[in-house]
Design a protein around this ligand. Structure first.
Ligand SMILES: O=C(CO)COP(=O)(O)O
Length: 264
């Protein structure tokens, strides 16, 4: 069975004080929580500080980053490379987030290049996919997700999806407080897994598929009770220790319940 995973995407939020306070609080509150992997992705400028505070707390939280450049080194002012992220201790790297596709005009081709450098560097890509509100209303959810998956599969082969994470984030649900319905999300996750299974059943069965979009403590349990929702990519609710911890606990508990039910 897949191990649940909850990731906090801090986006453009933080300060030296906030990094310390949030990490200390998370480490305290999560110290006895087992059954769910937890990743935090602070802004890149705070990764080293975050690593420092995680180290002091002897925490098993894992460090992630929110973006990576397509180049490894050279004259690319302002960029951060995969090898630098690895060097600083990040393991999971978010790519293809809709905010980057929209505000930074990142194309599928560009995202495939990022996926490639991450794999070459031994980092785990968190590939974000998902449709806009208009595409959702036009019934294009599946075709958009398939296109975004094909960008990787057609360039790199389905094997590239081994040990990688998919995050389904419908754009209309991000930061709006309007989460997609758990059954709706389950249907899309099932489609994504089935689409990958057409290429390789084992990779499809093992791949972690997260949901992102207004996840909070009130909707977390119902989301995680769905069979193909393996965890969450959390934005706003990851900025407060209490809400993020409740989401992590909900994931651990819901998946434990599913496991127990499968055994009876
Ligand atoms: O974009 C997201 C995570 O990457 C989701 O953000 P919210 O949880 O704030 O909706």
């Amino acid at each position: 069975m897949r191990h649940p995973l909850v990731i906090g995407n801090w986006k453009l939020n933080g300060s030296t004080e906030m990094v310390k306070e949030l990490i200390v609080a998370l480490c305290n509150k999560l110290s006895n929580v087992i059954g769910c992997d937890v990743v935090i992705a602070p802004p890149v400028v705070y990764l080293d500080l975050a690593k420092h505070h995680l180290g002091i707390s002897n925490s098993n939280l894992t460090l992630g980053a929110q973006n990576v450049d397509t180049n490894i080194a050279g004259a690319f002012t302002g960029e951060v490379s995969a090898s630098m992220l690895k060097d600083i201790g990040a393991k999971y790297i978010i790519i293809g987030h809709s905010e980057r596709r929209t505000y930074h005009k990142e194309s599928d081709d560009n995202i495939v290049k990022k996926f490639t450098v991450l794999k070459l560097t031994g980092l785990i890509p968190i590939l974000c996919i998902g449709e806009s509100e208009a595409e959702n209303q036009d019934g294009k959810t599946e075709s958009v997700c398939a296109r975004q998956l094909d960008a990787v599969i057609n360039h790199l082969g389905v094997q590239a999806l081994e040990n990688c994470v998919i995050a389904y984030e419908p754009i209309w649900a991000i930061g709006t407080g309007k989460s997609a319905k758990p059954t709706q999300v389950q249907a899309v996750h099932k489609f994504i897994r089935g689409y990958i299974a057409k290429h390789n059943v084992e990779i499809a069965e093992n791949i972690i598929i997260l949901y992102g979009g207004s996840v909070n403590p009130s909707n977390a349990t119902e989301l995680f009770t769905q069979l193909d929702i393996d965890g969450a990519l959390v934005g706003g609710a990851s900025l407060m220790a209490d809400t993020f911890v409740l989401i992590v606990k909900a994931a651990a508990q819901a998946k434990q319940n599913l496991r127990s039910a499968a055994l009876t």
